[in-house]
Design a protein around this ligand. Sequence first.
Ligand code: LYS
Length: 297
Amino acid sequence: EKKIAIVGMPMSYGQPHPGVALGPDAVRHAGLTERLRQLGLAPEDMGNMEIGTGERTVDPETGMKNLHQVAEACEQLAAQVDRLFGQNFFPLVLGGDHSMAIGTIAGAAKHFRNPGILWIDAHGDLNTPETSPSGNIHGMPLAASLGLGAEPLINLYGSAPKIRFENIVLIGIRDLDEGEKRLIRERKIKAYTMHEIDRAGMKRVMEEAIAYLRERADGVHLSFDLDSLDPSEAPGVGTPVKGGLTFREARLAMEMLGESGLIASCEFVEVNPLLDTKNQTAGRAVDLIAALFERMR
Ligand code: LYS
């Protein structure tokens, strides 16, 4: 059995709200290590990655915000995740805004012939600088991993693409920009919106998603954005969207994924304690991480 390595990624350059850099420590304070120990696991906490403190910038040509700060931090994270895989750890990365996924995925992708991604999020994060309404890179990481977007992001820690269109599944989607909708349609990306979850139920959606990824990928990374949950259960996120997953749906998803034995690495992102109420969003992150690992054996 693999040992879990916890890595904090206090990334905030992918979005504008102060506080998301405190996410990893908020999740630790919500009792992450203790919960995993209660499950008989012995996680090793590698501490937080160093993030630059450079001034915030906007590229006048593309409108992208803090491009080089994001790229540099993601490069470091990719190297750390790569190293942890090499040492036979299961990387559990805590965010931090979702732009960090560019780094996690770049590091994890090195270890598989056919890496897959399960992306649980209210958003598609499939924007490029051309389609982004905001210039915020936390709306772009999945596109970047697929090889679409700014050069410093797509070629980070190895050449593009890190992952193939047919090897990703999105779940929980309910707020897409026009360009993202077009991309999903044109590239036939497997995506379960809230509408589909309401119709089929989470059990059926997860059975399909797991079977789909098992057929295609030899290792799957889970990228879990806490804004996939309904804001009534997880208010501490920068871009909340009504009509999200209940805690029970999300927990069932984690239990089924754990049982599947498919997941090789994971990240839980966008926890922002300054926007939260009594650290409950970090608490839900801990509950969901525990639900994932409880059944993984
Ligand atoms: N789609 C929006 C954007 O690109 C929101 C992204 C939110 C990511 N957590 O800015």
